[in-house]
Design a protein around this ligand. Structure first.
Ligand code: ZN
Length: 61
């Protein structure tokens, strides 16, 4: 019943910076927090729902 191993859930968040858009893995316990992008230091707000990785709308230039 007791499990020593703490379940560590991670999910991916994408940097909102259009020139970066780096995917980073954050821990589930960081939900609601703001983590800086490792690349461009842009603050990324960690949402409650995991980001869906798939087809994104093609940006109109
Ligand atoms: Zn970034």
């Amino acid at each position: 019943m007791s499990s020593d191993a703490e379940k560590l859930e991670v999910f991916a968040v994408q940097c909102p910076n259009p020139t970066c858009r780096k995917f980073m893995l954050v821990e589930a316990r960081d939900r609601g927090n703001v983590v800086p992008c490792l690349i461009c230091k842009t603050p990324i707000r960690v949402g409650a729902a995991p980001l869906k990785v798939g087809k994104t709308d093609s940006p109109s230039r």
